[in-house]
Write a protein of this length. Structure first.
Length: 402
């Protein structure tokens, strides 16, 4: 078993990159990701509480620090996912830069760390062409203001202001790429669905076009023969019945083929469903299905679909492990599907209460029994485990020695 890579949406504790918060919890997680960067405000705060400024200076300093922090958070946090118009972003960045200069010149060298936030705001929100010269300008401004307030050459802070700004431009482009990939994935899924509909339309046309044309032709012919040649008309009606029955058989076979799930496809679908639900998925890559009858594969695919549906809707799990392996049992060689989660299960679904199986368990048991397989499901440890087995050879007939 190999662990599938996490997507940016996979865990409920990850920050959804490049999109606005969908609920209060996600907004809190985004704030937790941003707030640690406010550590550089500790130096201005200590300066204000040290008593080295007059009462008016301290009040002005606290007010200026509050306005600076609010402007910075508005640029960096509010601008995520729902960006401001470009003129507003530029205006707020200029205001942030002016506040940093003003506070440093009036309150002293302890406030030079504010330029770190100016650089971060420029790198993460301003247009890239503007950011490439705004970040060096911010660094040079900090150096000049530092000389004026007696801070000297603080090379560590100088490099931090310069490097963190350009690092944020890289993060910004990474976020943009993530958003574009998410949109491209949705587009590919839509195109695949459209292609499947077109294929279904083509197949139905190929199956029914000739048969319906023949039925129409023979119906017209039988209508013309009926008054004078009832025997030949009866023969045409018999041909119509035969053709229509064959058309019905063809349609049923086609629909059965479309409805028959494949295990590989269900594994891919399970990966997407679990990731969308915030469940960490551990799925096998390329299980060996050589020699497995279609009935067995279809039954296991249905079992996987039902199990994953239960995990997503009812279990409240954070982890789900799927394993596909060949086993030698007393009933012969079997292909075993195991789905294990760490959730609480759900009544009435696949993971219903022990001793009171729901419709999902009953239907899966009947489907696997028809294919010659078995189903085991129940609580195990802190989660729920479903094990489905289906024969890798032709399913035995009911009542045979096997």
């Amino acid at each position: 078993m190999t662990r599938a890579p996490r997507s940016c949406d996979e865990s409920e504790h990850t920050v959804a990159i490049g999109r606005p918060p969908r609920d209060r919890g996600e907004a809190v997680r985004k704030m937790v990701w941003i707030l640690p960067w406010l550590v550089f405000l500790s130096s201005p705060a200590r300066d204000l509480v040290s008593g080295s400024h007059s009462a008016a200076g301290a009040v002005g300093g606290w007010a200026g620090l509050a306005v600076f922090t609010a402007t910075y958070l508005a640029l960096v946090f509010r601008n995520m996912g729902r960006p401001f118009p470009e003129p507003v972003v530029t205006g707020l960045a200029v205001a942030l830069w002016a506040l940093a200069v003003l506070l440093c010149l009036t309150l002293g060298q302890a406030w030079t760390g504010l330029f770190v936030y100016v650089s971060v705001a420029c790198g993460s929100t301003v247009a890239l062409k503007t950011a490439y010269w705004a970040i060096p300008l911010t660094t040079a401004t900090m150096l000049g203001v530092g000389y004026l307030v007696g801070a000297g050459e603080d090379w560590s802070l100088l490099l931090l202001v310069l490097l963190v700004g350009f690092a944020m431009t890289g993060v910004r482009q990474l976020v943009r790429t993530t958003v574009e990939l998410r949109r491209a994935r949705a587009t590919v899924a839509q195109l695949a669905a459209n292609e499947e509909r077109l294929r279904l339309a083509r197949d139905l046309h190929d199956l029914l076009g000739h048969s319906l044309s023949l039925i129409t032709l023979k119906s017209e012919l039988a209508g013309r023969m009926l008054p004078d040649q009832p025997g030949k008309a009866a023969q045409q009606v018999a041909d119509i019945e035969r053709v229509s029955r064959q058309a019905l058989v063809d349609v049923r076979e086609a629909v059965t083929g479309y409805r028959r799930p494949r295990l590989a496809e269900e594994l891919a679908g399970a990966q997407v469903a679990l990731a969308a639900a915030g469940v960490r998925a551990e799925l096998p890559e390329g299980p060996d299905l050589s020699g497995v009858p279609e009935e067995s594969e279809s039954a296991l695919a249905w079992a996987l679909r039902e199990a994953v549906t239960n995990v997503v809707r009812h279990s409240g799990a954070r982890r789900c492990a799927v394993e596909v392996a060949r086993r030698q049992t007393l009933d012969g060689p079997m292909l075993e599907l195991s789905v294990q989660d760490d959730g609480a299960g759900g009544a009435g679904g696949v993971g219903g209460a022990v001793g009171a199986p729901g419709n999902g368990l009953t239907g899966l048991t009947e489907r696997l029994h028809t294919a010659g397989g078995t189903l085991e499901a129940g609580r195990q440890g802190r989660g729920f485990r479903l094990v489905a087995r289906a024969p890798t050879g032709a399913p035995p007939r009911i009542g045979s020695p096997a």
